[in-house]
Design a protein around this ligand. Structure first.
Ligand code: DOR
Length: 447
């Protein structure tokens, strides 16, 4: 049996920060605390001066496979994920073909089993016409059902009122929504094009994909969920106005939860002049006041989860004029470093970061035996070096698209090592390409 001893780590877990050793056997955490004198594990690692956190569970990524592999693959982006301390991901259905049948969905799982170094799950994609299939999704093996209530990359808009009613009434599992009102956005887009032609300034994006468009759609989703008693998770909240739709009740009993993404917590409208269409994304990055409100909602537990919405596009695609440049930016390699910089700025406590990025996705989706440093749980762990700053450069970006909106930024911390199921998958700046993650399983109590 393979054993691994992590010694003298400063653990941040379940609201506490404390010094302890961790013994891992066959990928499972066996003991947390002082290890018996004389114990010698197969591998011993001294983590003095380092922080040990549960690996992040990123509940919203786009890894582009199948069909969009000129942008990214499951293999390439899973490598970037583990280099950033993300040990499990939940991937979105807007691939080509989209994951809107059980067969297409299972093909993605098979591809991940063969190529992903991180643990994985894939959302089933709702359409205007596949409610009968959606009803058959297995809640113990699939993270949730994704509903584009606003259209974004890919053509997956669900806007038939009767279909939405049916989804909220019958979904066998958690419903995750992208909320933006498409008719309002189309009008604003047309007005912007009439004024500027193709070269609409990127800073207009937050006014085109407006606060009102977000609010209209997310308030509709919340109303549908309340009326049907559905389990709703509203993805990527970007506006102060939407925060009133959610509550700070204890996560375990909540029927309606919300997510914020690192780019909306990091960037604001003052970033558009420098980064332009690189930070064009849906929903849009909005004002500093909106950012302050979502930071505050995350701190108070009104927003439950932090994710990335990692959405890579090639440089060439992003370099086009506003009207043609696709929305989305690559982020999955840096969420923890972003959040730890925000901790250094006094925006969050580190315990809150661990709660929202590691524990909360596990609780909210009912992920089995992950998301916490607990005896009997899988050893999905990230080691942070708080003494070693890290600069994002062209050489250390692992995304297939090869760019990051954070290039040139120096973070205060670095990712020292990552373990997935007890296996060291990232160490000394290198990914262990021989290792494969596991399919996430769920307790199925999310309906
Ligand atoms: O900006 C975005 N990009 N938002 C989405 O909802 C989709 C994503 C993508 O797939 O590119």
């Amino acid at each position: 049996m393979a054993t691994l001893a992590l010694r003298n780590a400063e653990i941040v877990n379940e609201g506490r920060r404390f010094q302890a050793d961790v013994l891992i056997r066959d990928g499972i955490i066996e003991h947390i605390g002082d290890l018996p004198a004389g114990l010698k594990a197969n591998r011993e690692i001294d983590l003095k001066g380092k922080l040990l956190l549960p690996g992040l569970i990123d509940d919203q990524v786009h890894f582009r496979e199948p069909g969009l592999t000129h942008k990214a693959t499951i293999a390439s982006e899973a490598r970037a994920a583990v280099a950033g301390g993300v040990t499990s991901f939940m991937e979105m259905p807007n691939t080509n073909p989209p994951a809107t049948t059980i067969e297409e969905l299972e093909l993605k799982y098979a591809r991940a089993a063969a190529t992903s170094v991180a643990n994985y799950s894939f959302f089933f994609g709702a359409t205007n016409t596949n409610l009968d299939i959606l009803k058959r999704v297995d809640a113990t093996k699939v993270c949730g059902v994704k509903v584009f209530m606003g259209s974004s990359t890919g053509d997956m808009l669900v806007d038939h009122v009767a279909t939405l009613e049916g989804i909220f009434q019958h979904s066998p599992t958690l419903i995750a929504t992208h909320c933006e009102d498409t008719p309002m956005i189309k009008l604003a887009e047309a007005a912007a094009k009439a004024q500027w032609g193709e070269d609409v300034p990127a800073a207009e994006h937050g006014r085109i994909r407006s606060v009102e468009a977000c609010y209209k759609s997310s308030s509709t989703a919340v109303e549908l969920a309340r009326r049907h008693g559905a389990r709703l998770h509203v993805l990527h909240i970007t506006t102060a106005k939407e925060i009133g739709l959610f509550s700070d009740a204890p996560l375990l009993g909540k029927r309606i939860t919300a997510e914020a993404c690192v780019h909306h917590l990091w960037f604001a409208d003052d970033s558009y002049p420098k980064l332009g269409n690189k930070i064009k994304c849906n929903p849009a990055i909005k004002t500093k006041e909106d950012r302050a409100a979502i930071r505050d909602a995350v701190a108070r537990g009104v927003i439950d989860v932090i994710a990335t919405d990692h959405a890579p596009h090639t440089r060439e695609e992003k370099n086009q004029p506003y009207v043609k440049a696709p929305s989305g930016l690559p982020l999955v390699q840096h969420p923890l470093l972003i959040l730890l910089d925000l901790v250094a700025q006094g925006v969050f406590k580190i315990e809150t970061v661990v709660q929202r990025a590691c524990h909360a996705p596990a609780i909210l989706f009912g992920v089995e035996k992950r998301g916490f440093i607990r005896e009997g749980y899988y050893a999905d762990l990230v080691v942070v070096d708080p003494q070693k700053p890290y600069t994002v450069t062209a050489n250390n970006i692992l995304y297939q698209c090869g760019w990051s909106p954070l290039e040139g930024h120096t973070f205060k911390n670095s990712i020292h090592q990552t373990f997935v199921n007890g296996v060291s998958v990232y160490e000394n700046g290198k990914v262990n390409d021989a290792s494969r993650g596991m399919r996430l399983t769920f307790n199925g109590n999310r309906r």
